[in-house]
Design a protein around this ligand. Structure first.
Ligand SMILES: [Zn+2]
Length: 181
């Protein structure tokens, strides 16, 4: 649940069975988050917010709504680019090296570039659209190699190297980028 506040922009409401009193925090995207008990409504959340407006303003490291809006817009653009590109790039490499995966999920995680689940789903972060192509390809080839090796064993890295001979450099360069938008 979300609502718009003239001062804080989009406000997120989280409900929990265990919460008793409303708590104010900042989401990873910099938005004001109100955590309250199960019966929390937008009406109640607005009332709590108005009663604590001054403390929130002084104590919480919130992003201003304009910054939030810019970030949301950037995320939308990246998600669109990722949708138009990553499925085809993944297919390209999978076909080239004979890998089979069950599905692709585009993720918005803040900390991971990609992952592979035991059910065979490959996740790729939309933030990959911000990094140079060789680094993007490295992440794809890394996740594909996990189809044959579930760990980061020497055999796993040998397979990555076979498909991306400069993987060590790519891996190092990737550290200077952050997956989060
Ligand atoms: Zn890995």
């Amino acid at each position: 649940m979300t609502f718009n506040d003239p001062e804080f922009g989009e406000v997120i409401i989280r409900k929990s069975a265990w919460a008793t009193n409303p708590k104010f925090s900042v989401s990873t995207s910099g938005k004001l988050t109100i955590s309250g008990p199960k019966h929390t409504t937008v009406f109640l959340a607005k009332r709590w917010l108005n009663a604590s407006r001054k403390q929130i303003r002084e104590k919480l490291p919130l992003k201003d709504p304009a910054t939030q809006r810019a970030r949301d817009a950037q995320k939308k653009i990246l998600a669109k680019k990722a949708k138009d590109y990553l499925p085809y790039r993944l297919d390209f490499w999978a076909e080239k090296y004979g890998y089979h995966y069950s599905s692709l999920r585009l993720s918005h995680a803040n900390t991971r570039w990609g992952s592979r689940s035991s059910s065979g789903t490959i996740s790729l972060n939309i933030g990959l659209m911000k990094v140079p192509e060789p680094l993007r390809d490295y992440v794809i080839l890394h996740e594909l190699a996990h189809i044959n090796h579930m760990d980061h064993s020497a055999e796993f890295w040998a397979e990555v190297e076979e498909h991306d001979p400069h993987y060590k450099r790519h891996r190092k360069l990737l550290k200077s980028y952050s997956p989060g938008v």
